[in-house]
Design a protein around this ligand. Structure first.
Ligand code: UT7
Length: 321
């Protein structure tokens, strides 16, 4: 496969660390020094669907592909607007992508990597030719705004890629899961509450995170997954132009860079302005890098995601667009 076009969308409202410090017991100093986050975009009028449609529209335009040409849409999200219909079907409808098969996929912050791997596998069957892969989240509705240890970390946004079956742009793909560690980062769905099983007043559940466990998991797993992807692709690490990692915490990115013996200059970030946008972070970062004109044909790039599940994914791509 190869990438034909990329797009992203962020909500208008920007919330700084200082803004948060006015409404909860936190500070710019704590958030910046522990995470590298400075601001995040928070959906007010936007929805997961509207941001996905905007990002997808930009990706289609960038690719020069019409919505009718898409035969596959996969959306990675843990925060769709509806449990059903899926986000992918909502996007299909809004775009008029009438020839596409559309479905969602949930793999937490590894979602975009998992969706890309799935789309690639579908394209390889020959049944599909052009796919739209989306990572989109409105995490601001999934966090408890009274829990300062989680709500300051996350932001909202969407990223999308149009990919084609033609081309050899994906050199390797590595994925993994460890369900046994899953409760380190969780958010319950609705509780059972029916005429046979009454729960009393129904309550929303919000994101629960054991930050230290997730941190440990990330710094141990990501370098291994990246090394494995490079080995599979037979690409020496020195040939990699950029490592585009899921943007969870600058200290995680620094630790991965150190473990891989690579300079931080090879690890572009947008964490400072976007916070952790879960499944949307990698495609938004890819879009940022492209907009800055940092990628040329033939460049080798590593993408890596990690998070809830626990899950991880990493791939090596050769830029062919
Ligand atoms: O997308 C993947 C999902 N998430 C991640 O990758 C997150 C991975 N983990 C992390 O990034 C870090 O563990 C955090 C940034 C979440 C937390 O950093 P930490 O250095 O592990 O801090 P901590 O949780 O151990 O908390 C240290 C202190 C605590 O106070 P005490 O108990 O030491 O007095 C917290 O109550 O910091 C306090 N604290 C805060 N203080 C100010 C927690 N949240 C805040 C806050 N502002 N927002």
């Amino acid at each position: 496969m190869k990438f034909l076009g990329i797009g992203s969308a962020l909500p208008k409202k920007v919330v700084s660390n200082d803004d948060l410090a006015q409404v909860m017991d936190t500070s710019d100093e704590w958030i910046r020094s522990r995470t590298g986050i400075g601001t995040r975009h928070i959906a007010v009028e936007e929805t997961t669907t509207s941001m996905s449609v905007e990002a997808a529209g930009k990706a289609l335009k960038d690719a020069g592909v019409s919505a009718e040409e898409l035969d596959l849409i996969i959306a990675a999200t843990v925060s769709p607007d509806y449990i059903f219909p899926t986000l992918a079907c909502e996007v299909q409808s809004a775009l008029g992508a009438v020839n596409a098969t559309a479905f969602d996929l949930g793999a937490g912050c590894s979602g975009f990597l998992f969706a890309l791997a799935t789309a690639d596998a579908y394209l390889r069957t020959g049944r599909f030719k052009k796919a739209l892969v989306i990572g989109a989240e409105t995490l601001s509705k999934m966090v408890d705004w009274e829990d300062r240890s989680t709500c300051v970390l996350f932001g909202d946004g969407a990223g999308a890629a149009v990919i084609s079956a033609e081309g050899n742009g994906l050199l390797s793909m590595v994925q993994g899961s460890d369900g046994a560690g899953g409760m380190a980062l969780s958010c319950k769905n609705r509780p059972v509450n029916n005429i046979y099983h009454k729960l009393g007043p129904q309550q929303y559940s919000f994101t629960q995170m054991n930050g230290r466990e997730v941190y440990k998991f990330a710094v141990q797993t990501v370098p291994k997954a990246v090394s494995e992807a490079l080995e599979k692709a037979q690409v020496p690490i020195e040939e990699v132009k950029y490592f585009l990692l899921h943007q969870a915490n600058i200290r995680i990115i620094e630790s991965v860079a150190k473990r891989l013996h690579q300079p931080m200059e090879k690890f572009p970030t947008n964490l400072e302005k976007c916070g952790n946008v879960s499944a949307a972070s990698v495609p938004i970062l890819l879009d940022d890098v492209l907009k800055q004109g940092l990628l040329q044909k033939g460049d080798k790039v590593v993408l890596a995601g990690f998070g809830a599940g626990l899950t991880w994914g990493s791939c090596v791509i050769e830029w062919q667009a």
